[in-house]
Design a protein around this ligand. Structure first.
Ligand SMILES: [Zn+2]
Length: 306
């Protein structure tokens, strides 16, 4: 049975303009729209006076200038980073040229990855910011407080191994980075991306009491638990599609993608293949699939004999 899900929630965007989107939250969107960033990177500014910035975005001086204009007369006291992709963390350096705020994050790129790796052969990693290293490491449950805001750190590996969500406690508002996006499902690209971790991090959100999600890309989500539940259902459906491909004699990820992503433009196939690879790794780990080859896009996968 196909789960019909509409993830697309478009935002009204005026680049470089700061929007007061709630009592304590402002947002400035960077002009870096793409098939992966949707309308661009949304940088959030929290509180008044001593303010926090979440995800300064790409290394784009125009965007940094927009953040500085939005916070004129205030002090940027903290910078939080959800994860180390090029559309999220490189702006930290530029912003720190103009303020004394320290960067807070789980760790550098790849820091959440377990040593026992999945043995994925094609270790392609596009879009990682390997230069970022946080001034201050935060962990699941870390709370940081200022005069007008307080943040609880929520560790959500999957999209990347160092992905953090941040809850603004005063509004029960969760900044979901790319863990839960407002327009599409996340790309999970092994080896740093991990489907098992991603599914666990989605389930973690179901146990929380967040009233609203503010994703980096796309519009806010108020039906939080239903939305996350539909993401989980979507990934389970993808696993079923992989099994059905194999039953039809289609054994490689390379050949599965066009069958699984009907309607998706072909230039997105390589990104889609990374997510299928992540699902396949997860299915091997959970005993659903097997392969005699090294795990890759061209390896032949079989349904594991139980
Ligand atoms: Zn992003």
């Amino acid at each position: 049975m196909a789960v019909k899900i509409d993830f697309l929630r478009t935002l009204e965007v005026e680049y470089g303009v700061c929007d007061q989107v709630s009592g304590l939250i402002r947002r400035v969107v960077a002009k870096n729209p793409s098939p992966f960033t949707f309308q661009g990177t949304g940088t959030y500014i929290l509180g008044t006076g001593d303010v926090a910035v979440i995800d300064p975005g790409p290394a784009d001086q125009t965007h940094i200038d927009a953040i500085l204009t939005a916070t004129r007369g205030e002090r940027i006291s903290h910078i939080f980073v959800t994860h180390t992709h090029l559309d999220h963390s490189p702006g930290c350096k530029l912003l720190q040229d103009h303020c004394t705020a320290k960067t807070h994050a789980f760790g550098p790129h790849g820091s959440g990855k377990k040593v026992s790796d999945s043995g994925v052969a094609d270790n392609v990693e596009e879009g990682a910011d390997n230069e970022f290293s946080p001034d201050i490491l935060v962990h699941h449950g870390t709370v940081i407080e200022a005069d007008t805001w307080s943040i609880e750190c929520v560790y959500t590996p999957g999209h990347t191994s160092n992905h953090m969500c941040y809850q603004l406690r005063e509004e029960r508002a969760l900044f979901t980075g790319d863990h839960v996006m407002g327009w599409s499902t996340s790309i999970i690209s092994p080896p740093d991306g991990d489907m098992h971790a991603y599914m666990d991090s989605l389930k973690l959100l179901l146990d929380r009491d967040d009233e609203i999600y503010w994703p980096t890309h796309g519009s806010p989500i108020t039906d939080t638990k239903d939305y996350v539940a539909s993401f989980i259902a979507h990934r389970i459906e993808r696993q079923e599609q992989i099994l059905s491909c194999i039953k039809q004699g289609v054994h490689t990820i390379h050949d599965m993608v066009p069958l699984m992503y009907i309607g998706t433009p072909e230039f997105m196939y390589s990104a889609a293949a990374r997510s299928v690879l992540a699902a396949v790794v997860h299915m091997i780990e959970t005993g659903k699939l097997s392969t005699a080859d090294e795990v890759s896009l061209t390896a032949k996968y079989h349904i594991a004999s139980q």
